[in-house]
Design a protein. Structure first.
Length: 183
């Protein structure tokens, strides 16, 4: 009974909270996702982990070309400290995952007609983009959906860096960046 309660508790941890622990690759596939030609690259990706961190470019050079003439994606299912996660990047993008504690913690993140219009909570999606104590994420309908059709939206991120609370806001189609010094 206690084991079931523990796994229930673990599954309720928010992505915005920093995860710390051993990084384990459960499954990795590269190709025309989700339903086209793809290849299992689990062992290769797992072999690229160094010091509980992974940085890998989704490219034909790394994984071959299972779907010629198609823009491919790399999907990695993994656990950190036993908590299951998944990330997907497009071909030519770098997928980054770290099992190390980050100085950057996302407290709240909203995308939409801010401050008082239609908006959605995107804290989990934003937190998944943290790499090496830094963040770079485009405020776009592609990344977050369109909670307020016909309105220019904003992305607001409330965060702490090394224990100090901060906030940043950018307009739709701009990139919100937080460097490895929290600025």
């Amino acid at each position: 009974m206690f084991a079931a309660m523990g796994s229930l508790f673990a599954s309720t941890i928010r992505a915005a909270e920093p995860l710390v622990g051993k990084l384990v690759i459960v499954k990795a596939v590269y190709g025309d996702l989700p339903d086209g030609q793809k290849t299992d690259v689990t062992e290769k990706v797992a072999g690229m982990i160094k010091d509980d961190r992974l940085a890998v470019e989704a490219s034909n050079d790394n994984f071959g070309d299972p779907a010629d003439g198609v823009v491919k994606k790399l999907k990695v299912d993994y656990t950190i400290g036993g908590v299951a996660r998944s990330k997907i990047v497009n071909e030519a993008e770098t997928l980054k995952i770290s099992g190390k504690r980050s100085k950057l913690v996302i407290k709240k993140a909203f995308y939409g007609d801010l401050p008082d219009g239609q908006k959605i909570d995107v804290a989990d999606k934003v937190a998944d983009q943290i790499a090496d104590d830094a963040l770079s994420v485009e405020a776009s309908n592609t990344n977050f959906g369109d909670p307020a059709d016909g309105v220019v939206k904003k992305l607001r991120v409330d965060y702490s860096f090394d224990g100090k609370d901060k906030s940043k806001t950018v307009d739709e189609n701009e990139t919100l960046t937080i460097n490895d010094k929290g600025e």
